[in-house]
Write a protein that binds this ligand. Structure first.
Ligand code: ZN
Length: 427
């Protein structure tokens, strides 16, 4: 990895415009500071039941609705997926629906990807085509139904269909292309003169993140923590806080990075909660991660792999994602950012250990995509393990949350106070 990066050092940051690094095609709820509008609790169409039929040659997916909706179906490669974009729908399916599939559908997920827009993502057992996708009127005592018919094809046929379904007029799988590509680099303060800290609650919408055996999801736990952290930091008004999401919406990893860069963030803090499969022991405690080419240990490597899957889960077209941003910038240009990231990570550990139980190795590093802004010090905090009962109890407790939020806020304030002094007037 590092070897490849070395070929690109001379390119530097400045010669790469933000548009090249972050082309349109990611799902962006909105540009600017109002990143995520709270979705209005309106009367969205309701999806009440789902059925799968067929085998590895032909598979049919049927979703019962209470009214007709428009759909847009397309394919994605690496891994093989089929995606159905639909208007915002209230999914009232049985818990666990989609965890196991049938025939060509290995599994499927559903949920919000943007305000007003839901999505269904099918993980396919192999290359397949969307033979038909349509919505039937209510008839013969049956409700309106969304029907998707998949048919197995070979890899070459799949690739031809992929080009056709992502044709030039679309060129993207996104229902709402990003219009704003004005990424600024180097600014440490916002337009109103206050330093900007971007808080990034992991996952959201169609991507639940980890899940406790009792049903609590990472996406909800980390959103609650992030909102409390924002409120705490904003109390004294010295710093501007921008959230990558404020509700249950899916935000692609590159979009999270873009939000940090385009707002000239002085710090990016991504909030997560880990889980271990039962057979892999019962780790607990908080861990703070920074970016590195080579993972600090096997657990960090596993975690980065899992966290980096968020885009595949959300139905983002990975072949169009700028996967090698950090490869280009990883060395000289990013060295200063890394020094700041590591400094903040240590500061954060020292504050957090006063209120939260820390993992036995609390500082680690790995190749997290969400930490790859070359010019924004970035850390990822795993608050604890939802797979550990004691950790989960803590993460659900208001008392633990407010104590830990206070500690994280204190570390952020200490870091930014120093940063602003030393960075003035330029980055
Ligand atoms: Zn996570």
């Amino acid at each position: 990895m590092a070897g490849r990066a070395n070929h690109f050092i001379l390119l530097g940051i400045a010669s790469l415009c933000a548009a090249a690094l972050f082309p349109p095609g990611t799902i962006s709820p909105a540009a600017g500071n109002e990143l995520v509008r709270p979705s209005v609790a309106g009367d969205f169409p309701v999806a009440s039941e789902v059925r799968l039929a067929g085998d590895l040659k032909q598979t049919r997916f049927i979703l019962d609705l209470d009214k007709k909706i428009d759909i847009h179906a397309f394919l994605l490669a690496d891994p093989y997926r089929a995606v159905i974009d639909i208007p915002q729908v209230s999914f009232r399916l049985a818990p666990g629906a989609g965890d196991t599939g049938r025939g060509l559908i290995k599994a499927f997920r559903y949920g919000l990807v943007m305000p007003g827009g839901s999505r269904i993502v099918f993980d396919l057992a192999g290359p397949a085509k969307i033979e038909k996708a349509y919505v039937l009127d209510a008839a013969n005592g049956q409700p309106p139904r969304l029907v998707v018919e998949l048919e197995a094809v070979d890899r070459a046929a799949f690739n031809r269909l992929l080009v056709a379904s992502n044709g030039p007029e679309r060129g993207t799988n996104s229902p709402a292309p990003v219009a704003d590509t004005t990424g600024s680099t180097g600014a440490v303060v916002s337009a109103d003169g206050r330093p900007v800290v971007v808080i990034d609650p992991g996952h959201g919408g169609i991507d639940n993140g980890t899940q406790a055996s009792t049903g609590e999801t990472e996406k909800d736990l980390v959103l609650a923590f992030a909102v409390a952290l924002r409120d705490r930091i904003e109390q004294d008004g010295k710093y501007q806080v921008i959230m990558t999401r404020t509700d249950d919406t899916f935000v692609p990893l590159a979009e999270r990075v873009r939000i940090a860069r385009s707002n000239g963030a002085a710090l990016f803090v991504s909030i997560h909660a880990d889980a271990l499969p039962r057979r892999e022991g019962d780790a607990r405690g908080a861990t703070i991660y920074t970016l590195s080419d080579k993972a600090s240990d096997a657990e960090a490597e596993r975690l980065a792999e899992t966290e980096n899957k968020a885009d595949a889960i959300g139905g983002v077209n990975l072949t169009e994602e700028p996967t090698d941003v950090a490869d280009i910038l990883i060395d000289l240009a990013q060295r200063e950012t890394r020094t700041f990231s590591n400094r903040f990570a240590r500061l954060l550990m020292n504050e957090m250990k006063t209120s939260a139980r820390m993992h036995k190795h609390p500082l680690k590093s790995a190749g997290f995509r969400v930490l790859k802004a070359p010019d924004v010090p970035s850390v990822l905090v795993e608050l604890g393990y939802v797979s550990n009962r004691a950790d989960l109890r803590q993460m659900l407790s208001d008392d633990w949350r407010s104590r830990t939020v206070r500690a994280v806020a204190k570390a952020i304030e200490t870091f930014l106070a120093k940063r602003v002094v030393s960075a003035s007037p330029a980055h």
